[in-house]
Design a protein around this ligand. Sequence first.
Ligand code: NAD
Ligand code: MG
Length: 394
Amino acid sequence: MAGLLMQRVAVLGATGSIGTSALDVIARHPETMRASVLAAGRQVEALLEACRRHRPDDAAIADEAALPRLREGLREAGLPTRAHAGMEAIAALAGDGGSDTVVAAIVGAAGLDSTLSAANAGKRLLLANKESLVLAGELVMAAARDRGARIIPIDSEHNAIFQCLPADGDCADVRRLVLTASGGPFRGRDRASLAEVTPAQAVAHPKWSMGPKISVDSATLMNKGLEVIEAHHLFGLPADRIDVLVHPQSLVHSLVEFIDGSTLAQLGLPDMRTALAVGLGWPRRIASGVGGLDLLAQGRLDFEAPDTDAFPCLRLAFDALRAGGTAPAVLNAANEEAVSAFLQGRIGFLAIPALVEDALAALPARPAASLGALREADALARASTRAALARHAP
Ligand code: NAD
Ligand code: MG
């Protein structure tokens, strides 16, 4: 009986910011859901800690060298959890019969295979891994459509839009989507003043606590650019019907304007457990651990236009979406390489948009009919950006 009611959840990226928030929500509902699969990149001790707490059937680590330690730690803890290693194993677990729901919370293009695998298996897909939509949005959406996978976006903006749309997700009556942006830690600064900012300053987000890569993306506004592309795929609207509004309080998570002039918005505290609870409980509402919003205490809601002179990544992402084909894959791959170099202290903050712009210029958009063409564009953009990095910062 309990087995029929029990939602089994695979949490991919279980040691990260989204993964731990997902496990927090799951643990609040032991009667109706459990984490049956946990997967992580390299942090084997953090994965073991999550296994001790959540007792999954399967645990997987992408780093194959960490498999012996994973096995040993599971044995020491007396757990029957099966140990796996490698990206292929993680993608296989995303698609096999050991889970009903997949939380796709791996960071970067590395999440694409498992996202596609879950979509192809027709699972409920709680999609935080926005890079997989930027890289291969048509293919992910087509797989979900063909196999009956229900995608619930776990990006606060897209989750807000999901909540504002009719239950069938129909966008026929939508005039435009408005994605809100916090503006990141450098909101209000001009371009010249950004030359010397450090990785520590860039990851110190004023409103959200997130992993390092998305935190840097928030500081450059590339995160909002990736989200515009993500929204295009999730909701099927063209670039000119997706707007961005800076909203520093991060309480209005996005807005949907309908053809009758109505605008619906979703509001809440900036805590990803709300979006995860929407996905895990859908179509019901379930407790998330997040408190309500006290607008009187908050006092005000401000809105301003994004500054694309200081933060050109947002413009570059719109350009890539309009160019179509392989351009978003190039944008994403160059950005991942540039952000990684910035976090390592190898380049300055302003080099991130410069490297992305160079990659887009060097690799003009080509048709992206197949996964192979997209992977090739991704690989070429990484190679081109790494070569540029070697010239600038050997
Ligand atoms: P994070 O860096 O905190 O966690 C990333 C997780 O992915 C870790 O568990 C890590 O071990 C795992 N991982 C990394 N490489 C891997 C690989 N090759 N194979 C398997 N696992 C791997 O990142 P995060 O902030 O949780 O973000 C995860 C995703 O969710 C990103 O795509 C991000 O854009 C998106 N997202 C995050 C937030 C947020 O609030 N953190 C909000 C919206 C969207
Ligand atoms: Mg977001």
